[in-house]
Design a protein around this ligand. Structure first.
Ligand SMILES: *Cc1c(COP(=O)(O)O)cnc(C)c1O
Length: 230
């Protein structure tokens, strides 16, 4: 079952790349394994998927301990400052940096561990009340500030688009995040290269790829529906 679903996602990613005139290598598939058991990840790992996204610190660190060390873990969920210490050094990329306080905490923890933590800035492009993330016009001043930090490297932007029936409705959201990244690039801020655009989930990753996504975060499409009662 996992094999077929993965194949279907892969087929659709390729088709979206073809439509957009992009190369498949430009897009990284992040398999969002939250709530899913280690056994399922072992299965997709065997099928060649080595990049996983989790949204809870405890779940990420538990899976990190058990699973092969060449897995690349991405923290995609809202991150509380008091939990930063558990994931710095274990996470390839933190997608959800949305406050100075959080950035300062990551900086401090990465300095302690003598590493550089790659991060994305989360942007609430659609301005949904319920969502985390900076407003579009807050992003450049924020990046200018944290670009001075020695142990953080800003690699790009992330957004969580609204849930919509028709994925095409999210096209402007993705296009706006892309445009914002171009504006930031044009500022030539030292130490900042916002080449990663993390956008698109099961419902809308094809549209996101057409609009320039370089990372898509796909959970349900690979692992099936989540059961939060477990
Ligand atoms: C759960 C989650 C996803 C994956 O959602 P699906 O609709 O299951 O693909 C992607 N991004 C974030 C931030 C998530 O929390």
């Amino acid at each position: 079952m996992l094999k077929e679903q993965l194949k279907e996602v892969e087929r659709r990613i390729q088709a979206a790349c073809d439509r957009a005139g992009r190369k498949r290598e430009e897009v990284t598939l992040i398999a969002v394994s939250k709530t899913k058991p280690v056994s399922m990840i072992e299965e997709t790992y065997q099928l060649g998927i080595h990049v996983y996204g989790e949204n809870k610190v405890q779940e990420l660190t538990e899976k990190y301990e058990i699973l092969p060390k060449d897995i690349e873990w991405h923290m995609i969920g809202h991150l509380q400052t008091n939990k930063v210490k558990y994931i710095v050094g274990k996470t390839a990329l933190i997608h959800s940096v949305d406050s100075l306080k959080l950035a300062e905490t990551i900086e401090k923890e990465a300095a302690k561990k003598n590493c550089i933590q790659d991060i994305l800035v989360e942007v609430n492009v659609a301005q949904e009340e319920s969502k985390f993330g900076l407003k579009v016009d807050e992003v450049i001043p924020f990046i200018e500030k944290i670009s001075q930090f020695q142990h953080i490297c800003v690699k790009g932007l992330m957004t969580i688009a609204p849930f919509v029936e028709n994925p095409d409705d999210n096209r402007p959201v993705f296009a706006n995040l892309h445009k914002l990244s171009v504006d930031i690039m044009n500022k030539n801020i030292d130490n900042v290269n916002v080449s990663i655009l993390s956008m698109g989930m099961t419902n809308d990753y094809e549209v996101a790829i057409e609009e320039g996504a370089t990372m898509v975060r796909v959970g349900t499409g690979i692992f099936g529906a989540r059961n939060y009662q477990i």
